[in-house]
Design a protein around this ligand. Structure first.
Ligand code: PLP
Length: 381
């Protein structure tokens, strides 16, 4: 099948707009009359410098990023940020044993909290819905959260849990002196956000932006802290590795070492494409409609079941089960036959998961909805 025939519901790496891929294709062998591919350009040259500057400028426009924030392009994926935020924000706090608060709503925030513990940080679990309710399918009311208050070095949460399909419907209210850290790997650019409420926002590119290999970090500038040596910090394990240090990256405009140049270029093309299509607001409306259509089928079905509480259902990743569960394999097979691919749920939870990021058109969701109805018609309990 061709790219426009395949409906890619993968959770990441995920679909990239065909227009962006076509632009990249047309520029592949000769970028801007250099006679070279972007991936062959020096990261310190003028041509790549403009690619980087444009990507930053367009992301700033898309998210209305205030002047007192820095955009970094890092490597190592979302997982590397699990470690980086701990190092950087404990350094900013100047107190290696300050509590670090983790809201656990799914496997990604769980992993992040485990990494903080492993690094020796003083982890406070604000809540863990799997422990309190048996499943990652909800977010408790804030009145039940156990925050550390102004002592905390940061409060951490995952805005959209890609595996479990739990998405926050508002920004957590935390002590104004405590930086809020959000993993937005799977829902950045899907709706407007008030960046000024955050200390750090980060997102691996490979879901809602572009190819894997680059991670976007948006950090409030006052949190950038000079690198400390082991002698200067009480917990030697918490001395920040140079390449995880946000200030080092910021001081060098993400060019301390060789950045993932091609991934930055592709991300920049996506930012430009999004601006041409009406910016984040235009995508928000489409995303809301797409998700509503899918949940409607799930809620009006005898064989499908969406496990997540209605108030925190993800607009990006829609996990569901089919009963009896033996039907799931047949559903996936039929989907493949219709060129609807990568619908299998994450290996840790099973079932089905439809990821419907910005690049998935409404017609793709309509096709999935039609198939789901047809499948149910054939398998009425
Ligand atoms: N955070 C979230 C919300 C994710 O969905 C993922 C990956 O799927 C990660 C972090 C880890 O990202 P990476 O694989 O880039 O390290």
């Amino acid at each position: 099948p061709t790219h426009d025939q395949v409906l890619n519901f993968g959770a990441g790496p995920a679909k990239i707009p065909i227009e962006v891929l076509q632009t990249a294709q047309s520029e592949l062998l000769n970028y801007d009359n250099t006679g070279m591919s972007v991936m062959e350009l020096s990261h310190r040259g003028k041509t790549f410098g403009k690619i980087l500057a444009d990507a930053k400028q367009n992301l700033t426009k898309l998210l209305n990023i205030p002047d007192n924030y820095e955009i970094l392009f890092m490597q190592g994926g979302g997982t590397t940020q699990f470690s980086a935020v701990v190092y950087n924000l404990l350094a900013a706090k100047g107190k290696a044993d300050a509590p670090v608060d983790y809201c656990v709503t799914g496997s990604w925030s769980q992993k992040a909290s485990e990494e903080a513990k492993r690094l020796g940080a003083n982890v406070n679990i604000v809540f863990n819905t799997k422990k309190s309710t048996g499943a990652y399918t909800s977010v408790p009311p804030q009145s039940e959260w156990k925050l550390s208050g102004s002592d905390a070095a940061f409060v951490y949460y995952c805005d959209n849990e890609t595996v479990h399909g739990v998405e926050f419907n508002s920004i957590p209210e935390v002590d104004s002196s405590v930086p809020l850290v959000a993993d937005m790997s799977s829902n950045i650019l899907s709706r407007p956000i008030d960046v000024s409420k955050f200390g750090v926002i980060y997102a691996g590119a490979q879901k809602n932006i572009g190819p894997s290999g680059v991670t976007i970090v948006i950090i409030r500038k006052d949190l950038l802290t000079p690198l400390k040596s082991a002698a200067e910090i009480a917990t030697p394990g918490l001395v920040t590795p140079q390449l995880l240090d946000f200030k080092t990256l910021a001081d060098n405009d993400s060019l301390y070492n060789t950045p993932p140049t091609f991934a930055i270029y592709m991300s920049g093309l996506v930012f430009k494409h999004m601006l041409e299509k009406g910016g984040v607001e235009a995508y928000t409306e489409a995303n809301d409609r797409k998700a509503r259509k899918l949940y409607q089928v799930l809620d009006n079905s005898k064989i499908y079941k969406a496990p997540v509480a209605t108030d925190v259902r993800s607009r990006m990743n829609v996990p569901f089960r089919i009963y009896p569960e033996a039907l799931e394999a047949e559903f996936l097979k039929g989907a493949e036959a219709r060129n609807m691919v990568q619908l299998k749920g994450h290996r840790s939870v099973g079932g089905i998961r439809a990821s419907i990021y910005n690049a998935m058109g409404e017609d793709g969701v309509d096709a999935l909805v039609a198939y789901m109805k047809e499948f149910e018609g054939q398998h009425q309990a």
